[in-house]
Design a protein around this ligand. Structure first.
Ligand code: AMP
Length: 497
């Protein structure tokens, strides 16, 4: 990975890291520490608590993984059902990536065991693993609580605790389980707390967990933004489908991450791109673990250069070489904009972010420009594109990904569908194209032969939010794998399991 050349030239060997670790870093191709690594590693090696204000892409995983490995290497391996270092992560994808990083950096160390537990998969293999004791456990909160309740693991002798992506934990409703888990940790421990943003609740949570922490802030909201070339295109909601195709054809992105606010929106964009001759995959909380991993692997390998994602599913995804981020929908939480476009500015690289803004998303754009302290260059394409897509008011009213609802008055009222709109809504997809709308051309990646008339699925929205169904995955991961649980059941359970 190419890092910006203006980082001060401190080398990893200056930290006094073990030779086994520096050797693994050579393998990983890292020669210069990133700013968060330079600031955090020396303090963490001393045993200090840390408050890290940083998002993924800054090198924060190595910033905590290296000192943890070094500190643990001095002690004895974990006893059965005990954990020496616990890392809590909000999503399975991030948990897996963190565990992979620990394995990569710790590969030359003897007896350093790393395990990962998350929902959506069977309990048994995780139980068997926990019974043997784990030096470094990376976990999502709900499944960890299941294992603790079943007596498979105790945190009473945990030496180091890391809470990663704390603001995302809050958005996903995991703060209560996190607090419960923290209560079972010993008081004498080292604690690390990472969050990309610092809303009030998060500051409070950090205050409860940390003792005299050193604060390291490398990517405060708005910083990454400056690395990315941004544009906003004003357009009618119903013309976004055509605009997306036009943008893909014009930009010829190497690898593009498209964001929608809802999981249904993500599926719809994938379906429509398929109909328009562009192969794409979706990644969101409604997909099984296998489907998510497959979509991600295919995107990483460049086999499917278009990935459509919701905010939650995309958090923590580490893919280098994302040339474009397209916000098909603007996020209603302005911080999400920073996270989204940060996908294309990993560790100093830069990219292009294009946002589609419909009339009812103007307030979101205003909020984004306020928190990023910038005016995004805008283009007005209203009235220039065929309205080829219905504006599904029920879907636009669907609870977006993430738990936090927009503050009162922020969410735009859904416009009532016109008679013409309603008529089009009742038609099958193929006929629903607006009369006179040009059939979209096949796009940059697509092979015309691939365009398939995917029938519109018989069912419509369940009305469940990404966050709710994401949690169903955690909850439902029984011994027989992922089973859907009813949304009503899930609403009663706020434990994020
Ligand atoms: P993270 O913020 O931990 O998700 O890391 C973002 C990306 O930067 C990952 O692909 C890391 O492998 C990479 N990375 C982390 N530290 C360094 C470094 N010092 N030099 C080069 N790449 C790095």
């Amino acid at each position: 990975m190419v890092l910006k050349a203006d980082f001060p030239l401190t080398s990893f060997t200056d930290f006094g890291l073990a030779e086994t670790l520096t050797r693994a870093l050579v393998d990983a191709g890292y020669d210069t520490p990133t700013p968060i690594q330079m600031q955090a590693i020396p303090e963490l090696l001393k045993g200090r608590d840390l408050l890290g204000i940083a998002q993924t892409g800054t090198g924060k995983t190595a910033a905590f993984a290296l000192p943890i490995l070094q500190r643990l290497s001095a002690g004895r391996p974990a006893a059965p059902r005990r954990v020496r270092a616990l890392i809590l992560s909000p999503t399975r994808e991030l948990a897996t990536q963190i565990a992979d990083s620990f394995k990569a950096y710790g590969r030359y160390m003897n007896h350093m065991s790393v395990a990962v537990v998350f929902g959506g998969v069977g309990h048994r293999p995780q139980e068997d693993r926990l019974k043997r004791g784990v030096d470094i456990l990376v976990a999502t909160p709900g499944r960890l609580m299941d294992h603790m309740a079943a007596g498979m693991v105790s945190l009473e002798s945990t030496e180091i605790f890391v809470l990663d992506e704390a603001d995302q934990m809050l958005d996903m409703g995991f703060v209560v389980p996190v607090r419960r888990i923290v209560k079972t940790l010993p008081k004498a421990r080292q604690s690390l707390f990472f969050s990309a943003t610092m809303p009030k609740e998060i500051g409070q949570l950090a205050g409860e967990m940390l003792f005299n922490p050193v604060t390291v802030s490398v990517a405060p909201t708005g910083t990454t933004v400056e690395l990315v070339e941004q544009r906003v295109i004003h357009v009618e909601a119903g013309a976004k489908r055509r605009l997306l195709l036009d943008v893909i054809v014009a930009e010829k992105p190497e690898r593009v991450l498209i964001f929608t606010r809802t999981k249904h929106g993500a599926d719809r964009v994938v379906r429509q791109l398929g109909q328009d001759g562009v192969e794409a995959a979706a990644i969101h909380g409604n997909k099984s673990q296998g489907q998510r991993e497959k979509a991600l692997a295919s995107f990483k390998a460049g086999a499917t250069p278009v990935l459509v994602a919701t905010d939650i599913a995309a958090r923590g995804i580490d893919v280098s070489g994302v040339s474009h981020v397209i916000n098909f929908d603007l996020p209603n939480i302005p911080e999400s904009y920073v996270h989204r476009i940060g996908r294309t500015a990993r560790a100093g690289a830069s990219g292009i972010a294009i946002s589609f803004c419909a009339e009812d998303e103007r307030p979101f754009l205003k909020d984004i420009e306020k928190i990023t302290r910038q005016k995004i260059p805008a283009e007005d394409r209203r009235g220039t594109l065929p309205i080829s897509e219905r504006t599904d008011t029920s879907e636009r009213g669907e609870r977006p990904a993430g738990k936090r609802p927009p503050p009162r008055g922020r969410r735009p009222a859904a416009a009532p569908a016109s008679a013409d709109q309603q008529r089009r809504d009742s038609m099958p997809a193929a006929k629903a194209r607006q009369p006179g709308a040009a059939k979209p051309s096949h796009a940059a990646f697509g092979k015309p032969g691939q365009a398939k008339a995917t029938p519109r699925p018989a069912h419509r929205d369940t009305g469940a939010s990404e966050e709710t169904l994401g949690r169903v995955g955690f909850l439902a991961g029984g011994r027989d794998g992922m089973k859907r649980k009813s949304v009503a059941d899930d609403r009663g359970n706020r434990n994020g399991r």
